[in-house]
Design a protein around this ligand. Structure first.
Ligand code: BGC
Length: 366
C-alpha cells in the first residue's frame, strides 16, 4: 500500500486522522480507546490497522514510530520466544503465562496476571503486524526492525496450529479462520521482507488448511468447529489477498456476511449469537466491508458504507465501537453497560477502518 495516492477525504476524515494521531503514546503504541475502562492498552491487532490507515493518508512518521515500538517489545522477549518455539518443536506444552500477550501497556510492559486477567493469548496481532510492516517497507525494512520481525514470524510459524483466543477474544480452545489468515498474510510479508521462502511455505500450508478445514456449505466459516460466518472473514480478501474477491468461496462468504450480519440500517455485526453489548453492528466491520466493495469496484456498496459509517458519529463527534440502538440480543446491552460503562468511544480501530474505507489499497502478493 505504499504507492503514492491522493487521499480521499470527507469531513469526518480529519477527525479520524486526529483521533489516531492523538491516540499514539510517546512509546509509539496506539491506545485502543483513551476513555473506555477496559481498553487503555495497545493491542497489536488494533495498532496494525491504525498503522495501515495512517499509512494510507501519508502519516508516515507516526507509522514508523509504531513499527519501531512493536519490533522493540517483541525483540525484548527474544529469550521467551525461543523457549516457546523450542517447546513447540519438541511437542512440549507451553504454560499460559509464557505466550506473548495480545495487548501491552502503553509503555510496552505487560499486565502480568495471566491466570485471571484478559484472554491474552491471541496470535493474529503478530501476523497482522508483520503484514502492516511489509506494507510500509516492502523489502526495505530498516535493519533495527529485522530481529523483531524475524522473531514474530518464527513465533507464529511455530504456533499457528495452537488453539488461542480469536479476534473477538473468545473461544480460546479453538483455531480460527481469521486468525489463521492473519498469520498466513504476516508470513507472506515476512518471506518477502526477510528473504526467507520458508515462511511462504508455511503460509501455503495454512491456506491449504483453511481451504480443507474452514469451509462449510461453500463459504469460509469461523473455524473447523464453528459453522457460522464472521465479519472478520472479509480479511481473507481485503486486505490479506489470500483469495481473490471473485474466487467462488470468497465471493459467497462476502454475500453471506452481507445478508446474514447486516442490521436493519445496514451496519455489520460480528457474528450471529454475539452478546457483547447486544451483538450490535460495528463501525469498523461496516467500514471493512465497504473497503472491500470499493477496491472491487462496487461503488454502490462503498457509498452505502461511507454513509452508514459517517452517520455513526456520536454526540462526542467521534466513532464508537458499536451502535447499541440496533442490538441482535437487546437484553445484553444494559448488562454490559452496567459492567463496563457505555460502549467504547472513540475507538481508534473504528477510525482506522474509516480511513481505510476511504483510502485503503489491497496489495497483491506480486
Ligand atoms: C474486541 C477486540 C479488540 C479490543 C480492543 C475487543 O472488544 O473484541 O477485537 O481488539 O476490543 O479494541
Amino acid at each position: 500500500m505504499s504507492q503514492t495516492q491522493t487521499a480521499q477525504t470527507t469531513d469526518v476524515s480529519e477527525v479520524s486522522r486526529t483521533v489516531l494521531l492523538d491516540g499514539q503514546a510517546p512509546s509509539g503504541a496506539y491506545v485502543a480507546c483513551p476513555t473506555f475502562s477496559q481498553y487503555g492498552f495497545g493491542w497489536l491487532r488494533d495498532g496494525a490497522y491504525c498503522a495501515l490507515a495512517l499509512e494510507s493518508v501519508g502519516e508516515r512518521e507516526s507509522v514508523v514510530r509504531f513499527h519501531a515500538f512493536a519490533a522493540r517489545i517483541i525483540e525484548a522477549r527474544a529469550a521467551r520466544v525461543e523457549k516457546i518455539i523450542a517447546a513447540l518443536d519438541a511437542g512440549a506444552p507451553v504454560a499460559s503465562a509464557e505466550w506473548l500477550p495480545t495487548r501491552y501497556r502503553l509503555d510496552g510492559t505487560e499486565e502480568g496476571d495471566h491466570e485471571n486477567g484478559w484472554p491474552n493469548f491471541q496470535l493474529d496481532g503478530y501476523g497482522t503486524w508483520l503484514f502492516a510492516l511489509h506494507s510500509l517497507y516492502g523489502t526495505d525494512v530498516p535493519a533495527e526492525l529485522v530481529p523483531g520481525a524475524r522473531l514474530a514470524a518464527r513465533y507464529v510459524a511455530a504456533a499457528w496450529r495452537t488453539p488461542c483466543y480469536d479476534y473477538w477474544e473468545e473461544f480460546g480452545d479453538r483455531v480460527h479462520t481469521s486468525t489463521l489468515a492473519a498469520i498466513a498474510a504476516g508470513l507472506r510479508g515476512a518471506a518477502r521482507m526477510l528473504g526467507d521462502a520458508g515462511f511462504d511455505a508455511t503460509a501455503d500450508e495454512i491456506v491449504e488448511f483453511i481451504v480443507a478445514r474452514c469451509v462449510s456449505d461453500g463459504v469460509f466459516v469461523k473455524g473447523p468447529e464453528d459453522d457460522r460466518v464472521d465479519a472478520s472473514l472479509v480479511s481473507l480478501a481485503t486486505p490479506f489477498a489470500l483469495f481473490p474477491a471473485d474466487e467462488p468461496v470468497m465471493a459467497a462468504t462476502i454475500e453471506r456476511i452481507r445478508s446474514e450480519l447486516a442490521s436493519p440500517s445496514g451496519g455489520i455485526r460480528r457474528y450471529l449469537g454475539d452478546d457483547y453489548y447486544g451483538g450490535s453492528p460495528w463501525v469498523l466491520l461496516t467500514a471493512w466491508l465497504g473497503w472491500h466493495d470499493r477496491v472491487n469496484g462496487d461503488e454502490a456498496g462503498y457509498r452505502r458504507a461511507v454513509e452508514w459509517v459517517e452517520g455513526a458519529v456520536s454526540p462526542l463527534g467521534t466513532l464508537p465501537e458499536q451502535i447499541v440502538s440496533e442490538p441482535q440480543l437487546p437484553e445484553f446491552v444494559p448488562q454490559w453497560e452496567e459492567r463496563w460503562g457505555p460502549v467504547a468511544d472513540p475507538l481508534l480501530w473504528s477510525h482506522a477502518k474509516h480511513l481505510l474505507l476511504l483510502n485503503g489499497a489491497v496489495e497483491p502478493w506480486s
